[in-house]
Design a protein around this ligand. Structure first.
Ligand code: NAP
Length: 321
């Protein structure tokens, strides 16, 4: 019998066509209340991103595999999926370099005030050559602290150490021997990283342990001259505490790709701050990378439904059942 796959994010045409060779596709708009849950009730698998899939949405369904078009999987209850025997697949690696580029864009834009000064020029305020009121701070040679030096953190460390001659330090639960060997990265305690880094960059997954990992105390520990960069998930930072720290001048600025609530509300105080660079969650958003992610997720799903997936599996325990 033909398998049914729910598609809850627009796929590139060629990827959708390839999936259609393997299954019947049911395309749903996840913004329509109840539509995704209803579709999941009569499906074998699903592919999409940016939507929380709750246990209730899977109740009574025969879904055997879910494929997220992302590396992060904080929108799933992994223990519940494993209990139900549902395989969850994700898309690591293919987005590592483009996301590291976004992190570096945030580092450079925040340090050199690129967005603020570009707006200043467009507003017709460039009347004489710039002075110290428009100066930024150097990036090269500075200390970069990476909280969560994994795939993306490693690609950021490579850019920093080899391209910008930066000193790299990091926190992880386990050591990253490759980053230590190739980029001179030094593993330190979180407090030391916060107190000594010029740029503090979060690249941890969002988990109960990393929720609000950076709050008021951590922001107070940072140097007043330091810049916070977050391209992980919004909730790794206590956003209210960040706003307070920026208002108080506890840190120099922030470069943010992610927020506690997305899309960021137009009334957010962050938007009125010239020392905040805010991006609309574009970490992996290039044509090439988004295509590669969709293709990877589609292949993951087809292989999972055939019982043949051997990589990109989030809950490998499910295979042992
Ligand atoms: P990864 O390779 O798994 O790296 C995550 C790193 O975080 C690992 O080094 C891990 O090391 C560390 N870590 C995990 N839990 C930690 C904890 N409690 N305390 C300290 N360190 C911890 O993942 P990745 O591919 O680099 O992706 C990282 C995250 O980036 C994703 O989960 C996603 O949320 C986010 N992301 C965002 C965008 C965007 O558009 N902005 C795009 C892609 C990814 P240990 O296990 O040794 O602790």
């Amino acid at each position: 019998m033909t398998q049914k796959i729910v598609v809850y994010k627009t796929l590139p045409d060629d990827v959708a066509a390839w999936l259609r060779e393997h299954a019947e596709l049911v395309v749903v708009d996840p913004q329509t209340p109840g539509a995704l849950a209803a579709a999941l009730r009569d499906a074998d698998g699903a592919i999409g991103a940016s939507v929380t899939i709750t246990p209730a949405m899977l109740e009574g369904s025969r879904v055997r595999a879910l494929s997220t078009i992302s590396v992060g999987y904080d929108q799933f209850d992994i223990a519940d999926l494993t209990r139900r025997g549902i395989v969850l697949a994700h898309t690591p690696d293919v987005l590592t370099e483009s996301t590291a580029d976004t992190v570096f864009a945030l580092i450079l834009a925040s340090a050199r005030r690129v967005v603020e000064l570009a707006d200043w020029v467009k507003a017709g305020k460039w009347m004489v050559s710039v002075g110290s009121a428009q100066f930024g701070v150097e990036v090269q040679g500075k200390t970069l602290g990476i909280i969560g030096l994994g795939r993306i953190g490693g690609a950021v460390a490579r850019r920093a150490a080899l391209g910008f001659n930066m000193k790299v330090q990091y926190t992880n639960r386990s050591a990253n021997a490759i980053a230590e060997r190739d980029y001179g990265a030094r593993r330190v305690a979180l407090d030391e990283l916060l107190a000594t880094s010029d740029f503090v960059c979060l690249q941890v997954p969002l988990t109960p342990e990393t929720h609000h990992l950076i709050g008021a105390d951590e922001l107070r520990t940072m140097k007043r001259s330091a810049i916070l960069i977050n391209a992980s998930r919004g909730a790794t930072v206590d956003e209210a505490a960040l706003v307070a720290a920026l208002e108080a001048g506890t840190i120099r600025g922030a470069g943010l790709d992610v927020f506690e609530r997305e899309p960021l509300e137009p009334t957010s105080p962050l938007l009125a701050m010239p020392n905040v660079v805010a991006l609309p969650h574009i970490g992996s958003a290039t044509y090439e990378t988004r295509h590669a992610m969709a293709r990877c997720a589609a292949e993951n799903l087809v292989a999972a439904l055939a019982g043949k997936l051997d990589r990109n599996i989030v809950n490998r325990e499910v295979l042992a059942r």
